[in-house]
Design a protein around this ligand. Sequence first.
Ligand code: PEP
Ligand code: MN
Length: 339
Amino acid sequence: MIIQMKKNSTKKEYEKIVEYLKAKKLEIKDASTDEVRVFGIIGDTSSIDPTDLYAFDGVKEVTRVSTPFKKASRSFKKKDTIVKLKNGIEIGGDRFIVMAGPCSIESEEQLRIIAKSVKKSGAHLLRGGAYKPRTSPYAFQGLEVEGLKILRKIGDETGLAVVTEIPSPDLIPLFEEYVDIIQVGARNMQNFHLLKALGKCNTPILLKRGLSATIEEWLMSAEYIMAGGNENVILCERGIRTYEKYTRNTLDISAVLAVQELSHLPVIIDPSHAAGRWNMIEKLSLASLAVGASGLIVEVHHDPEHALSDGAQSLKLNKFTHMMEELEKISDVLGKKIK
Ligand code: PEP
Ligand code: MN
């Protein structure tokens, strides 16, 4: 972090801020000239919010030179993190993992039909919402515990690992019992109370990017989980809110590259919530593979017209099969293993 003082700042003002930083066990490296008083802060600056330093008289500009996240940072760990699931599936590295299933678990029968089909087409994990964070309180809210039990049952029947969204910290023990990956939804990305609690559990976490979150805010949320001791975090870009209304959200595909520069954590793409339209999913999935994402989470339904949520963005079973075939065709060329 570099601090530049105002031209008319006094020695006393400078000393006051230096004293404050030294009390935080930070070292000061003075680089002032006759013209300008400027100094660097050396040490772990993650406990300082640069904007707080403007509270000191005489401060002109504070510039961060390192990231505010540590454990999630590429400079902390150079090698890509590979998240290993209990059943041996690895997420990260040269693998391309596909998580597929309905937006909401509606019944055992519904999930069985979809799971059997996506498994046959090559999906690695089964997704399905049991607790649904809906914009309207009158919309279908999910089957809750019953949904979790169905998810586990069908996952075991078909040999698919399972992923589903957690709404609150009190449900962590239940989720640890029933699921292989706990999903943090976009709306909960900055629910720090939830993130802290997830840091204490052992199940891998799929952390979706918040609707309007910057990449730095998203990585800070990963840091919350990792700081608690759970380093098995998978990031998920699911589209962000922009002025564009044609699609449900705007898929920020460059976020994958940004995350890979800044962090060692695997990052996957959710084209369904990004586009909001089923006819765009296949091409966006191919783009996700091409950009180097570690996989996808995609909504699939056997009867989207009658789905209880997100039917418009759900692929029919045969369309999902086709998408998997297309992904397989190009995965080798792109150096990714999908099988
Ligand atoms: C979902 O995966 O069904 C979901 C609600 O996603 P998001 O949190 O990205 O909106
Ligand atoms: Mn959905």
